[in-house]
Design a binder for this molecule. Structure first.
Ligand SMILES: [Zn+2]
Length: 279
């Protein structure tokens, strides 16, 4: 399932074609949204932004198309007049003079005024966006000692979009490995320097995944592994998806466990955790 970095890259990709252009036509599959087509025609598209796993197409008139893909929604960006080959059902189409952004299969599509955004049920509960340039490790460190979060396990906290938005399951395992922490620990169990390292790891690993299309491993290590002929699957992560393989830092066997209902990978030696060695 795509996480914050993947959704942000998708918003960038759509934005490259839509930003600054006028919407020549906007089409909605859902009848209760169709009245918006006439109101959005001819309006300039200001930006395309992601908010955790949701996307906003923001129009200069102060209107936004909000969409959340859940597990099945999929965006295509094509030249105007082209249609992608897919059996999926088209739910939203935004056409400029030259391109079309087409959203298939998603069921969560809404039209919201700028004023509606802060009170929107999904957007209102999001914590600071880990990919935002305005969010610094200091802000994340402060959040770790906030009474709302400090007694929750790190394994649960890192999936909670209300704590920090944009993280997801692969990032959780990778961040905990980089910070050398077990998922059962809580922020209150950590020393100050461990909280600082965790805050740094949250920001650095999520941003690295955004810059490098989902790769969280260190760039120098990725180059070395690529040079050895390793596949993306092999070089992409430190521990995620590598159950039964060797930790590249200490040579122990990486273990898989379940935490908060999702699979989690960790190095028992670097992070002091138990688990099994399934992949
Ligand atoms: Zn290790």
């Amino acid at each position: 399932m795509p996480e914050g970095p993947e959704i942000r890259r998708e918003a960038d990709r759509i934005g490259r074609q839509l930003r600054g252009a006028r919407a020549e036509a906007v089409w909605f599959a859902f009848s209760h949204l169709q009245e918006w087509s006439a109101l959005l025609r001819g309006v300039e598209i200001r930006t395309v932004e992601s908010r955790a796993k949701a996307m906003l197409i923001r129009f200069a008139s102060g209107v936004n198309i909000y969409s959340h893909n859940q597990l099945y929604g999929r965006w295509f960006v094509v030249k105007r007049g082209d249609m992608p080959r897919t059996d999926r059902q088209l739910r939203l189409a935004v056409h400029t003079a030259t391109h079309s952004a087409l959203l298939y299969s998603a069921s969560e599509i809404e039209v919201l005024h700028d004023d509606d955004l802060p009170g929107h049920p999904f957007l209102a509960r999001l914590g600071p966006d880990v990919l935002s340039e305005h969010v610094q490790p200091n802000d994340l460190e402060a959040r770790l000692v906030d009474p709302r979060f400090r007694r929750r396990s790190l394994g649960a906290l890192l999936l909670d979009q209300g704590f920090v938005s944009g993280l997801g399951n692969y990032l959780r395992s990778e961040i905990l490995f980089v910070a050398r922490l077990a998922p059962s620990l809580r922020p209150v169990d950590l020393l100050a320097h461990q909280r600082a390292e965790l805050a740094n790891a949250i920001a650095e690993i999520a941003r690295r995944a955004y810059r490098h299309a989902g790769v969280t491993n260190e760039p120098a290590e990725v180059r070395r592994l690529k040079g050895d002929g390793c596949s993306r699957r092999e070089y992409r992560h430190f521990v995620f998806g590598r159950g039964g393989k060797r930790c590249r830092r200490c040579d122990a066997t990486i273990v898989r466990s379940e935490h908060s209902g999702r699979r989690l990978y960790a190095c028992p030696s670097c992070q002091g955790v138990a688990g099994d060695s399934r992949t």
